[in-house]
Ligand binder design. Structure first.
Ligand code: AMP
Length: 133
């Protein structure tokens, strides 16, 4: 079944488009964290960050940076959250790669609450070893 973003890209459902090219489409998120919240969506449906070719991902990041610039210059955003939810366990709802670009303002209270954990004694170096690239 087509994802909602495929339907948007094919023009089967409406969207507010900010930009498009051969690799990606940028739209406004219908349920914005803050007004102007944009989604940079791969034109081809790669389910996750892990699946997309690096060249496409790099291009999408370049476009996300342009969106960030526009949100700063036009909306007066003082910062942005550039975010990819990667696989359902992370909260990804639409299995079609997209980069969120969320305008942020000092004191806007929108910072997501990630509950943090603590390493037990000696545990951090073990994770360090396990995750070395
Ligand atoms: P994620 O949880 O990272 O998969 O985010 C999916 C995002 O898509 C959510 O922020 C939704 O608000 C947004 N979304 C879902 N349907 C639409 C739509 N028809 N037009 C614009 N944004 C949408």
């Amino acid at each position: 079944m087509a994802t909602v973003f495929e339907m948007i890209i094919n023009g089967d459902i409406p969207s507010t488009r900010l930009y498009e090219d051969d690799s990606c489409v940028v739209i406004l998120d219908i349920n914005p964290v803050s007004k102007g919240h944009a989604l940079v969506i791969s034109r081809e449906c790669y389910p996750t960050f892990t699946d997309v070719p690096m060249e496409t991902l790099s291009h999408m990041m370049e476009i996300a940076r342009k969106v960030d610039g526009k949100q700063r210059s036009v909306l007066g955003a003082e910062g942005t959250n550039i975010m990819i939810n990667n696989s359902p366990a992370s909260g990804q709802e639409v299995p079609h790669l997209h980069i969120h670009v969320i305008p942020r303002f000092s004191g806007d209270g929108k910072t997501p609450e990630f509950r943090k954990e603590k390493y037990a004694d000696g545990e951090m170096p073990k994770y360090g070893e396990l995750l070395k690239l």
